[in-house]
Design a protein around this ligand. Structure first.
Ligand code: SF4
Ligand code: SF4
Length: 102
């Protein structure tokens, strides 16, 4: 299976993206301030990912056509660990009406 993430972006508009606040810029980490909220001492969350229609504030472009993450080099760990072709990937793609095989 071959998935082209730059023509998709469904996962960035499907799931909550949580990470440890120490990975946020406010605490010396890499994720830029203004794009996440610190919910408590152990959880920070990318803004927009917990909305009724989730969409990370760092996502640019149109889902299913052309997208980019404008903090790609500074994105949090869950984004780095997310696997194209995984069950969660396929779930996100289905949610956005995208074919399972791109
Ligand atoms: S849902 Fe899958 S194919 Fe789409 S951007 Fe995310 S990892 Fe890539
Ligand atoms: S930080 Fe980038 S890769 Fe992670 S959910 Fe947001 S747009 Fe997607």
């Amino acid at each position: 299976m071959d998935y082209s993430c730059v023509e998709c972006g469904a996962c960035c508009a499907s799931f909550r993206v949580d990470f440890h606040p120490s990975d946020g810029e406010a605490q010396g980490g890499r994720v830029p301030e203004g794009l996440y909220d610190e919910l408590n001492v152990s959880i920070a969350r990318m803004r927009g990912t917990d909305d009724a229609q989730p969409r990370c504030r760092a996502l640019r472009g149109r889902i299913g056509e052309q997208v980019s993450c404008f903090i790609y080099d500074e994105r949090p760990d869950p984004c780095r660990e997310f696997e194209a072709g995984s069950e969660a990937c396929l779930r996100a793609r289905r949610r956005h009406g995208l074919a399972e095989v791109a």
